[in-house]
Design a protein around this ligand. Sequence first.
Ligand SMILES: Cc1cc2nc3c(=O)[nH]c(=O)nc-3n(C[C@H](O)[C@H](O)[C@H](O)COP(=O)(O)OP(=O)(O)OC[C@H]3O[C@@H](n4cnc5c(N)ncnc54)[C@H](O)[C@@H]3O)c2cc1C
Length: 462
Amino acid sequence: MKKVTILGAGISGLATAYWLHKDGYDVTILEAKGEAGGAMETIREDGFLIDFGPNSGLETTPLIHELADEVGLSSEMIYANESANKRYILRNNELYPLPTTPQAFIKTKLFSTKAKLRVAAEPFIGKSNDGYYQSMAQFVRRRLGQEFLDYAIDPFVSGVFAGDPNKLSVKSAFPKLYRLEEVYGGLVKGMIKGAKERKQRAEQSKQSAKMFSFVNGMQSFPKAIAEQLKEHVLYGCRVTNVERASTELSTKGWKVLYEKDGKLNEIISDYILSTIPAHTASKIFSSLDKEFVNHADNIFYPPVMILYLGFRKDQIARPLDGFGYLIPSKEQKIFLGSIWSSTIFPNRCDDDKAAFTLFIGGARSPNLFEMEKEKLIDKVLHEFKEITKVNGEPIFMKERMWQKAIPQYNIGYIEHENYFDKFEKDNPGIFIGGNFRGGISVGDCVKNSEIVFNKIKSSVPL
Ligand SMILES: Cc1cc2nc3c(=O)[nH]c(=O)nc-3n(C[C@H](O)[C@H](O)[C@H](O)COP(=O)(O)OP(=O)(O)OC[C@H]3O[C@@H](n4cnc5c(N)ncnc54)[C@H](O)[C@@H]3O)c2cc1C
């Protein structure tokens, strides 16, 4: 039985652990916190169900449903209300639905006629030679024009990465978009041809994939996987170092050192899979290669504050008929947007109440938190109430600060990606996974977990 030690019980570590365990590997997961989930964090308080991490996922791969089914959670899997397809964008203090059909795009007041004509010219824009070192903003500006960048892509990027399109690498952060140009010569051409390819792979595009959650919130998923793995998941275990099991090069295996209850422990195993954030992994793997730090510590994780608000429905003067809204940087508001949590999924609060999840900070304004917290929240509340047409004070409010929230796949990320590939080759049996490799969404994490599972199966350890 090959032994595998997995660092981190977030969705990335747990999904791979589940498949390895099922395949007969001797799996141990070391998790620093007292429960499974990592960024997938759900609590229930005063009748509100609060997701502080992902509020939903996109079912871009059948693996999600299969896994939920196997861990006994498929009956709790829920899909977003139809109206959640409607997403609003703020422009000049008005909310406009983001057009999702060509007809709606022609009619919308969100974009000027000039911007629409510029978007229509996309199939005639040639390929660039800028290669990997292009920001998302450069790519979109060239293909679709400045206004589409400002009022569609900039808010979209902040909704996904809490990121800045001027800094994110189009190749690393949005590889499928980049590929449409690289392989097919353009976005429209690529979307038509790409749909056929996805059909063959039984995958869904992010635009057409169904949005899912669970009756008891997103953390139910990692928790249910962890329950299946039972005593193989060790909580309260903070990994501090990974080294060769012996200085004798002929001795096999890797040694993982971890602290539990103030005591240092060790495990020797054939394989190590790390799914902890890059800034934590940097200290753990630097004893094997000093260069690790230069890559892992240079991955920026901006701070994000989640502000969860509850109001009585009679305090709200506008219909909550959508997913929520995103705010373009140009609009210069203090927060990034708001998800209308109780519209999207049922049972988020009582029927006479409404729940909202607001995002603050991110790569757009990482220094915002130098402001006193109460003052910041007051300003956010003021703007939110004006935009959402809400009167009076919230009946429920709870915030969660993520000091290092989401890894930014910024320009030059390709060098980190290449380095981690090289590190794995130089250290057979060690795999570096988690959301800073291959995509940050829950769907991408699950897809990558399967890729890592197959890599482990087909590899020969030290
Ligand atoms: C605020 C926020 C909102 C998001 N919204 C969405 C969304 O709506 N949709 C979507 O698809 N995705 C969203 N994401 C992204 C997605 O949730 C994450 O990318 C994904 O859950 C990451 O999973 P992971 O297992 O790779 O890492 P993590 O969930 O970060 O898990 C890593 C685990 O490692 C543990 N750990 C860290 N250090 C150590 C150590 N030294 N020893 C042992 N254990 C350690 C941590 O405690 C953690 O449990 C969001 C993320 C955040 C933060």
